[in-house]
Design a protein around this ligand. Sequence first.
Ligand SMILES: *Cc1c(COP(=O)(O)O)cnc(C)c1O
Length: 461
Amino acid sequence: MKYVSTRSQAPALGFGDVLLAGLASDGGLYVPEKLPTFSQEEIASWASLSYQELAFKVMWPFVEDDVPEGEFKRMIDEAYAGFNHSAVAPMVQTDNNEWVLELFRGPTLAFKDFALQLLGRLMDYILSQRGEKLVIMGATSGDTGSAAIEGCRHSEHLDIFILHPYQRVSEVQRRQMTTVIDDNVFNIAVKGNFDDCQSMIKASFADQGFLKGAKLGAVNSINWARIMAQIVYYFSSALAVGGPHRKVSFSVPTGNFGDIFAGYLAKQMGLPIDQLVVATNQNDILHRTIATNDMSRQSLNVTLSPSMDIMVSSNFERLLFDAHGRDSAALADLMARFNAGDVTLNDEAWSFVKENFDSYKVDDTRTCEVISEVFQSTQYLLDPHTAIGLEAARQCWKDKSVPMITLATAHPVKFPEAVEKAGCDLPSLPEHMKDLFERDEAYEVIDNDLSAVQGFVADRI
Ligand SMILES: *Cc1c(COP(=O)(O)O)cnc(C)c1O
């Protein structure tokens, strides 16, 4: 399978190159030239497979040119061995025909483990084949950093440097990163905010001279392999509630549009999906785009669901590429206009987006009410991101005979503020993290200064 850039000025590449490149050299994002499709009979025949076996079936067409079958199966088994539920992505019923898909059973308690556990192993394999090393640099406001570190810590061919804003992540989030003491893991607390960290990463990608010849890789959600790994649980959960013989709907708490885009791909690949609901917090550019064709940037709000506090969703470009009939000139023009100011989509593109997605926005007050209401009616505690997903599901659900599945993206213990505001007791840490607050930490506090950060990296690779 070949992958093409949404801007089509970069060469088409195979899986291994796309994995290591992250962003395309023309500033676009890689997508498969042509998606694999599965018949209803084939999907139905997967009903009794384990999550790992199903993951192999769904992802194999994307990687088969670059990874041997046995190796890929081994990586999948290892990636999901550290999850604390044998179904890997179990479901919980919250009301009649209404389900929550628990994607927080991995090592860092958020859905990002699904992709990053596999990504680290895939990168390690490709690099070992090529005899290369890669330096990973990333910025995090919380969940991505720990999931990336957990995914890369055992890789012999990767060094990983994660920047987080000093004293601006929660203690659980910080400790999930800084208590990983490995030779190839480096945590940097930058005396600045998340945007400062993000800018340093962008500057480092743009000018890699400080790396003395080493190559830089990305683990953020522009990396195609992350999207690929997230397609699997749409299939597993649909099969669990009677798909593909009946349609199912999904509601997805959305920030960078990575997770929900995976659902859109599952549908293109043959999974009968009725509705895909985009659930946003107060940072609602996606909801405004879908509902009223208003794609203007607004200032960033700090909310109780911080993993969705995003001004512009990077993966939305992948959808816009399809919405413009894969015409990269039209897309490049749109992105240029978007960078220059407010834009609206043309009628055809907006219709395409509206046909494929519903959307809803939920503010902090309502988020806490939903956590509280659902706890009272079910004794089940939602995290704030999932609460937004569930409220959007209920508001947008058109046909109650179609099962509605909300993606539960994080464990509530990660977001104590929202849980407390909802008047609920904070749950205890899961077994594998019980001693998190006693573990040793290692991290470097560095000034908000690009050359200081780059000097630290250069000295350690
Ligand atoms: C990253 C994250 C999201 C948003 O996912 P996207 O793929 O960026 O849309 C939602 N909830 C939680 C808990 C997250 O960590």
